[in-house]
Design a protein around this ligand. Structure first.
Ligand code: CAA
Ligand code: NAI
Length: 246
C-alpha cells in the first residue's frame, strides 16, 4: 500500500495511460478522482472500479478551461476533503507536417497540453501549500525531448512542460511539494493507434527494447514519483521509453 489514503487527481484518466494509472494507484490504496473530458468512458470506468471495491470518483473536466478545472478541484475537496497528488496526464495530438499545420490545430494542442497543465496545477496548489505536502507529476513525451516529424504543436507543448516542471520544482520545493515529469516513449494507446503503420514499425526498430510501451509501464513511473519512495527526487524528467534515444 504505497499510497494508502492519499487522494490523487489524475487527468485524462478515462482511457490509455491515465486509466492504467488509476488502477495502479487504487491498488496501492489511493482514493482517485478520474478527471476526463470523455464522460462515456469515465462513467463506465468509475462503475467498474467501484464494483471492484476501489474508492474512485469520475469528474468531467476540460483541462483547457479554467472554470471547469476550478469545479474539478471543488468537487474533489467536497468528496474526499483533501488533495495530495496531481497527475497532469491529459493530452492530445493533432499531427501534421509544418507546411500543412493549421493555426487552429497549433493552438488547440497548446491549450490542452500546456495551458491545461498550468490550469490544473494552479487550481490545486493552494490545497497542497496549506498541507505543506504534495506531489505534482507532469506528462512530457519523447517528442518534447527529441522532436518528432509531424508534431510541431505537440513537441512544443511537451518541451514546455519540462520547463514548467523545473520552474515549479524550484518554486515549490520549499513548500514541501515535489514536482517531476515523466517522458513516455511510444506507448500502446489510441494516440499511437492513429499513426501510420509504416511509422510505427520504423519507431519500433529504433527502440532498444524493440517494443512499444504498455500503459502500465508509464503508470508505474507515475506511481514511483507519487509515492514517498521518491521524496528526494525533484525537478526530474523520468524517461520511460524503452531506450529510444540515449
Ligand atoms: N518519423 C519519421 N518519419 C515520419 C514520421 C515520423 N514520426 N511521420 C511521417 N514520416 C514520414 C513518412 O514516412 C513519409 O515518408 P516518405 O515520404 O518517405 O513516404 C513522410 O514523412 C511524409 O509522411 P506522410 O506521407 O504520412 O504525410 P502526410 O502529410 O500525409 O501525414 C503526418 C503527415 C500526419 C505527420 C503522418 O505522417 C503521421 O501521422 N505521422 C506520425 C507522426 C507521429 O509520429 N506522431 C506520434 C503520435 S503518438 C504520440 O504523439 C505520443 C508521443 O508522445 C510519442
Ligand atoms: P489517450 O488518448 O489514450 O488518453 C488521453 C485522455 O485525455 C483521454 O481519455 C481524453 O479524453 C483525455 N483528454 C483529452 N483532452 C482533454 C481535455 N481537454 N480535458 C480533459 N481530458 C482530456 O492518450 P494516452 O496515450 O493515454 O496519453 C496520456 C498522456 O501521455 C498524454 O499527455 C500524452 O501526450 C502522453 N504521452 C503518450 C504517449 C503515447 O505513446 N501514448 C507517449 C508520450 C506521452
Amino acid at each position: 500500500m504505497r499510497l494508502k489514503n492519499k487522494v490523487a487527481i489524475i487527468t485524462g484518466a478515462a482511457n490509455g495511460i491515465g486509466l492504467a494509472a488509476v488502477l495502479r494507484f487504487a491498488e496501492e490504496g489511493a482514493k482517485v478522482v478520474l478527471a476526463d473530458f470523455d464522460t462515456n468512458s469515465g462513467v463506465q470506468q468509475e462503475n467498474e472500479l467501484v464494483g471492484k471495491g476501489f474508492d474512485v470518483k469520475f469528474v468531467q473536466v476540460d483541462v483547457a478551461k479554467r472554470e471547469s478545472v476550478d469545479a474539478l478541484v471543488q468537487q474533489t475537496m467536497d468528496h474526499f476533503g483533501t488533495i495530495d497528488i496531481l497527475i497532469n496526464n491529459a493530452g492530445i495530438t493533432r499531427d501534421a507536417m509544418l507546411t500543412k499545420m493549421t493555426a487552429e490545430d497549433f493552438s488547440h494542442v497548446l491549450d490542452v497540453n500546456l495551458t491545461g497543465v498550468f490550469n490544473c496545477t494552479q487550481a490545486v496548489l493552494p490545497h497542497l501549500v496549506e498541507k505543506g505536502y504534495g506531489k505534482i507529476i507532469n506528462t512530457s513525451s519523447v517528442s518534447g525531448i527529441y522532436g518528432n516529424v509531424g508534431q510541431t504543436n505537440y513537441a512544443a507543448s511537451k518541451a514546455a512542460v519540462v520547463g514548467m516542471t523545473k520552474t515549479w520544482a524550484k518554486e515549490l520545493g520549499r513548500k514541501g511539494i515535489n514536482v517531476n515529469a515523466v517522458a513516455p516513449g511510444f506507448t500502446s494507446t489510441s494516440m499511437v493507434a492513429k499513426m501510420p503503420e509504416k511509422v510505427i514499425d520504423q519507431m519500433k526498430s529504433v527502440i532498444a527494447l524493440q517494443r512499444l510501451g504498455d500503459p502500465t509501464d508509464i503508470a508505474n513511473a507515475y506511481l514511483f514519483l507519487a509515492s514517498d519512495e521518491s521524496s528526494y527526487v525533484n525537478g526530474h524528467v523520468l524517461h520511460v521509453d524503452g531506450g529510444i534515444m540515449m
